[in-house]
Design a binder for this molecule. Structure first.
Ligand code: MG
Length: 348
């Protein structure tokens, strides 16, 4: 009999600033926190669920309830992830929550940091980027630039009619390197070429998700123009998408919530490397639990877009440690995360 004790709660994440995106604005992100207790050890995971995903807190909790937790074995804890991948119905954010909790538990059982279990040789994570979204009120934009002071690279979220003004306002007030995320906002190749040329003149590093997620042909054509490297986010969510559509992009934003966790992300990283794609480890707005899990494999990537926990005001875990604009991998066993406050309802 398994001795895993499993509990979960819905825990909406409150955003410090309203997100203004191509597909609307929002002030919070639904999230389900997972706790796994085993042999006096406690491990956590999370499923962060921005509203454009097809999964939601109800479907994640139903997924957790469909899992046969008795399959877990202390002698081979990571085999549990093979069991998850073999299930007929996969809920990727729910799977990511379990994957990170199981990796954390495996690390704690063997008293080893997760990145060591995974044989990640370099301990150096890429420079972390900080996300800035548009605000009409310039004093709030200045506040956001100030919020980014610990960070050495910026991600500018585009998709409103004020894009050019927004970019120039930011660049007037900071000289940090930046890339841009169009969040599926551009409608034509003409518009994308015009905006990419505008961005290239301003030394933008690359453009993320220019077109709607299924517009692979348009992405391929924009890539062929060679103006800026074109990265996929929503267009490539998991290994199957990457395998089919890698040639339409120069890079890919891999997120645990999209692909189902660390194990699947590593498979994508290895395929992307062989296909000469640049790799960004990304995140949703998440607690530092998800960020600490993703940072375990960030040294395998070229970019780290892992600022999700800095964008929320109710993080129930201790923040990851930054030094000189990079996340520092901890020597602690597991993913190295600690709770700081108890979310309601009681008992979690
Ligand atoms: Mg994106």
């Amino acid at each position: 009999m398994s001795k895993l004790k499993v509990s979960y709660i819905s825990y909406p994440l409150t955003l410090k600033h309203t997100f203004h995106l191509a597909h609307g604005k929002r002030n919070s992100t639904p999230c389900v926190l997972l706790k796994i207790e085993y042999a006096n050890l406690i491990s956590y995971g999370e499923a962060s669920l921005p509203p454009y995903l097809k999964e939601n807190p109800g479907s994640v909790i139903a997924y957790f309830e469909s899992i046969d937790w008795n399959v877990f074995s202390e002698s081979a804890p990571l085999d549990f992830l093979d069991y998850l991948n073999k299930q007929e119905k996969i809920n990727y954010p729910g799977m990511a929550a379990i994957d990170m909790a199981i990796f954390d538990l495996a690390g704690k059982l063997s008293n080893t940091p997760c990145h060591e279990i995974l044989n990640v040789e370099s301990k150096i994570t890429p420079l972390l980027s900080y996300t800035i979204t548009y605000e009409e009120d310039e004093s709030i934009l200045l506040e956001k630039i100030n919020d980014a002071k610990e960070f050495k690279q910026l991600k500018l979220k585009l998709g409103t009619k004020h894009d050019k003004h927004f970019i120039d306002f930011i660049l007037k007030n900071t000289d940090k390197p930046f890339f841009a995320d169009a969040n599926q906002g551009w409608k034509s190749l003409h518009e994308a070429v015009y905006m990419c040329e505008f961005l290239r003149e301003r030394k933008c590093l690359f453009i993320e998700q220019p077109f709607s997620k299924k517009a692979y042909q348009l992405s391929y054509k924009l890539k062929q123009r060679n103006i800026l490297p074109v990265f996929a986010d929503e267009s490539i969510t998991n290994f199957s998408d990457l395998n089919k559509y890698y040639f339409c992009f120069d890079g890919v934003n891999i997120k645990l919530m999209k692909c189902g966790g660390i194990k699947n992300a590593i498979k994508m990283i290895s395929f992307a490397r062989k296909s000469n794609l640049k790799i960004m480890m990304g995140c949703m707005t998440e607690t530092s639990c998800g960020i600490a899990a993703a940072s375990q494999i960030a040294p395998l990537c070229d970019f780290a877009d892992l600022d999700g926990s800095h964008l929320i005001s109710n993080n129930p875990f201790k923040e990851v440690i930054l030094n000189d604009g990079r996340i520092i991998l901890q020597k602690k066993s597991g993913v190295g995360i600690e709770r700081t406050r108890i979310p309601t309802p009681e008992g979690f």
